[in-house]
Design a protein around this ligand. Structure first.
Ligand SMILES: *[C@@H]1O[C@H](CO)[C@@H](O)[C@H](O)[C@H]1NC(C)=O
Ligand SMILES: *[C@@H]1O[C@H](CO)[C@@H](O)[C@H](O)[C@H]1NC(C)=O
Ligand SMILES: *[C@@H]1O[C@H](CO)[C@@H](O)[C@H](O)[C@H]1NC(C)=O
Ligand SMILES: *[C@@H]1O[C@H](CO)[C@@H](O)[C@H](O)[C@H]1NC(C)=O
Length: 573
C-alpha cells in the first residue's frame, strides 16, 4: 500500500511538472486555408531546426501613440518636441511581468531565448520542429510559394498558454504566408541622350515647358514643384535615408553620369551606404538596380547638398518581414547626429499578404521613427485600386504599409501643371487600420461624394491613402550607363523625400525641429495650403475604372501635389 501510494504521488508530481498538462492552451493566430499562391509541400523532419521570434507585448503603445500625435500636431503645445530613443524605449519595453511570465513558460519547455531587439520586445528561439510543435500546440509543415518555388516552414494555426495571451503579441513566422518581395514595376524605356561633359546652367525660368509632359527630367521636376536650385546649407546635420531591398544596389557611376547631365551644378555630390541584415554594396555596372538608381538619383539629384545614405537591407532578416522592421531598429540604434530625418521606401506589400499582427508591429515601429522626428515615406503602389501591382482582383487591394497611419503614402501624378493623376497611382482604404482623426473629415467627404459606387469593394472605415502625389511617369534617370524614362510611384516617394529634406534643412538652420511624422501637419489648414489639388484622373484596377481624383482629398492623389515655397510658408519660414 505504502509503496503504491508513493508511486501515485510521484506520478502526480511528474504530471504537475508537465507543461502541457498544466497550461491551458488557446489558439492565438490562424488562417482559414492555405493562402492562394502557396501550396502544401509535405511534412518536415521533426529534428529540423526552426528559428522563431516571439514578439512580447509592449508596455504602453497607446501612450506612445498619444505622445507621437502630440509632438507631430502643429496645433499641440508639444509640437516639434520629439522624443529621444530612450524615451521611446520606455513605452515599447515589455513590463518585467511580461518578461518573467514568458521566460518561465520557455524554461518549463527547456528553451532559452535570446533578446534580438533594442527594447527587449523581441525574443528569438531556435528549436527542433518537434519542440516547436509541442510548444505551440501545432504541426509545422512545408509550404511552397508556387511562383518563386521558395519553400518555408509554416502552420495554419498555433496556440499559446491562455495565461500568456496578454503578454505575447505573436510568434513569427508561423501563419505568415508573405510572397517574396518583388521589384516594384518600374517601367523603363531607354532614351537617346547626348552625354555631355561641359557644365550647364541651372534652370532660371519659372514656366514649365510643355515637353516636360513627355520627358520629366530633373529640371522639369524642380520647376513643377518649385524646388530650390540653391544647395542646402546643412548647417545642422540632416541626413536623407533611402531604403534598398532585394539586392537592388545604387550605383556610384550611374549617379555621377546622372548629375553630370541633369544636375551639373551638383557634380561631385555622392551618397554613403549602410549595410544591414547582410546587405551588400555591389558596384558592378550590370548589377545596378533600376529602383535603387532611381531612388538615389531623385534624392541626391533634388535635395542638393543634403547628405544621403542608401540603406542596403539584405536577406538575413531578424524580423522575417523582409527587413521592414529591422531597418527601424537599425536607425534607432544610430546616433542622433547621423540618423536620417527622412526615410523613403519604394517597396511594399499588398496588405492581405501580411498577417494583421505583423502589419501592426511594423506600424508601431514606424510610429517610433515618427516619435523621434523622422518622416517615413512609402510609395503607394503601382496597381491603382489593385494594390502594389496590377493584379486579378474582385475587391480592391490596399497596399502595405500604406495603411499604417504613421507613414506618409505617396501616390502618383503626371503632366505639366495642372497635373493629373497617374493612372497607376495606388490608392484606397486599409482593412487593417481605421481612419485616423487627421483625415477623418476628408475621407468622410470623399466617401459621401461617391455614394454607393463601389460599395462592398472597399472598406469605408479604413485609413485612406495616398496622402499626397508627385511625378510618377516619364521620369528620366541614368541606369547601367545610359538614360531611361521610368514610371511608378517609386519615383514619387523619393522626390517628396528630397523636398521634405530641404524643408528640414531650413528648419534646422533656423534652430527648429525637423518635420518628423508629417501627416498631422500635412492635413492641418496650413499644411494643406501647400498642396495643389489634383482634380482629374482615375486609378483603374480590379476591372473597374478605379476611384476618381476630384476637388479635395481623394484616394488617387491624396491632398494633391506639393509646392516647396508654400511648404516653407506653411512652416512659418
Ligand atoms: C529638361 O527638359 C526640358 C524640357 O523638355 C528641356 O528644355 C531641357 O533642355 C532638359 N534638360 C536637360 C539637361 O536635358
Ligand atoms: C544658405 O545660407 C545663405 C547665407 O545665409 C542663404 O542666403 C541661403 O538662402 C541659404 N540656403 C538655403 C538653402 O537655406
Ligand atoms: C562616391 O563615393 C564612392 C565610395 O566612396 C566612390 O567610390 C565614388 O568615386 C564617389 N563618387 C564621386 C563622384 O565622388
Ligand atoms: C474595415 O476596417 C475596419 C477598421 O480598420 C476593420 O475593423 C474591419 O475589420 C475592416 N473590414 C474588413 C472587411 O476587413
Amino acid at each position: 500500500m505504502r509503496l503504491s501510494s508513493f508511486v501515485l504521488l510521484a506520478v502526480l508530481a511528474v504530471s504537475s511538472a508537465n507543461p502541457m498538462g498544466r497550461r491551458a492552451m488557446t489558439v492565438h493566430e490562424s488562417v482559414a486555408a492555405v493562402p492562394s499562391g502557396f501550396v502544401h509541400a509535405g511534412s518536415v523532419s521533426p529534428s529540423q531546426e526552426i528559428t522563431l521570434r516571439i514578439a512580447l507585448a509592449q508596455s504602453d503603445i497607446a501612450g506612445l501613440q498619444e505622445k507621437t500625435y502630440a509632438v507631430s500636431d502643429p496645433a499641440n503645445a508639444l509640437y516639434g518636441q520629439h522624443l529621444t530613443v530612450d524615451e521611446v524605449g520606455k513605452f515599447v519595453r515589455p513590463t518585467s511581468v511580461t518578461v518573467s511570465e514568458v521566460s518561465e513558460w520557455l524554461s518549463e519547455n527547456g528553451i532559452t531565448a535570446k533578446n534580438v531587439s533594442p527594447a527587449g520586445d523581441l525574443l528569438q528561439i531556435t528549436v527542433p520542429v518537434s519542440k516547436a510543435n509541442t510548444l505551440l500546440g501545432t504541426q509545422f509543415s512545408a509550404f511552397k510559394h508556387v511562383a518563386s518555388g521558395k519553400t518555408s516552414i509554416r502552420t495554419l494555426s498555433y496556440s499559446i498558454p491562455a495565461s500568456l495571451q496578454q503578454h505575447i503579441q505573436f510568434v513569427h513566422p508561423t501563419v505568415a504566408f508573405i510572397p517574396p518581395l518583388h521589384l516594384p514595376s518600374v517601367n523603363a524605356i531607354a532614351v537617346k541622350r547626348e552625354v555631355v561633359v561641359e557644365e550647364r546652367a541651372a534652370p532660371t525660368s519659372n514656366a514649365v515647358p510643355a515637353s516636360c509632359a513627355t520627358v520629366a527630367n530633373t529640371s522639369c521636376i524642380q520647376q513643377i514643384y518649385n524646388f530650390p536650385t540653391a544647395k542646402a546649407n546643412n548647417s545642422a546635420q540632416n541626413v536623407l535615408g533611402v531604403a534598398g531591398y532585394i539586392d537592388e544596389f545604387a550605383n556610384f557611376a550611374d549617379l555621377a553620369l546622372f548629375l553630370q547631365n541633369l544636375r551639373p551644378d551638383l557634380v561631385g555630390s555622392n551618397f554613403t551606404v549602410v549595410e544591414i541584415d547582410d546587405g551588400e554594396n555591389d558596384q558592378t555596372q550590370q548589377n545596378a538596380g533600376i529602383e535603387a538608381d532611381l531612388d538615389i538619383e531623385m534624392t541626391v539629384g533634388l535635395a542638393g547638398g543634403v547628405p544621403t545614405t542608401f540603406i542596403s537591407v539584405g536577406e538575413d532578416n531578424i524580423d522575417d518581414a523582409d527587413g521592414f522592421i529591422d531597418i527601424v531598429n537599425s536607425i534607432l540604434a544610430t546616433p542622433a547626429e547621423t540618423r536620417p530625418t527622412v526615410l523613403t521606401t519604394s517597396y511594399g506589400f499588398n496588405e492581405e499578404d501580411l498577417p494583421l499582427s505583423l502589419a501592426v508591429a511594423m506600424c508601431n515601429a514606424y510610429m517610433q521613427l515618427g516619435a523621434v522626428g523622422i518622416s517615413v515615406l512609402f510609395s503607394s503602389g503601382d496597381g491603382g485600386v489593385g494594390g502594389v501591382q496590377p493584379t486579378e482582383c474582385t475587391t480592391f487591394v490596399p497596399s502595405a504599409p500604406g495603411g499604417c497611419p504613421f507613414i506618409t503614402s505617396v501616390g502618383g501624378s503626371t503632366g505639366v501643371p495642372p497635373q493629373v493623376a497617374a493612372s497607376l497611382s495606388g490608392g484606397g482604404f486599409s482593412n487593417f487600420f481605421p481612419t485616423p482623426d487627421y483625415q477623418a473629415g476628408d475621407v468622410a467627404a470623399y466617401i459621401a461624394s461617391i455614394g454607393d459606387q463601389y460599395a462592398g469593394l472597399y472598406n469605408t472605415s479604413g485609413r485612406g491613402m495616398p496622402d499626397v502625389a508627385l511625378q510618377a511617369l516619364n521620369v528620366e534617370i541614368a541606369w547601367m550607363g545610359s538614360f531611361w524614362l521610368v514610371g511608378g510611384t517609386s519615383c514619387a516617394s523619393p522626390i517628396f523625400a528630397a523636398m521634405i529634406a530641404l524643408v528640414n534643412d531650413r528648419l534646422l538652420a533656423a534652430g527648429r525641429a525637423p518635420l518628423g511624422f508629417l501627416n498631422p501637419f500635412l492635413y492641418s489648414p496650413a499644411g494643406r495650403a501647400a498642396f495643389t489639388d489634383v482634380i482629374s484622373g482615375t486609378n483603374p484596377g480590379c476591372n473597374t475604372d478605379g476611384f476618381s481624383a476630384g476637388p479635395g482629398w481623394d484616394p488617387v492623389t491624396g491632398l494633391g501635389t506639393p509646392d516647396f515655397n508654400r511648404l516653407l510658408t506653411a512652416v512659418g519660414l
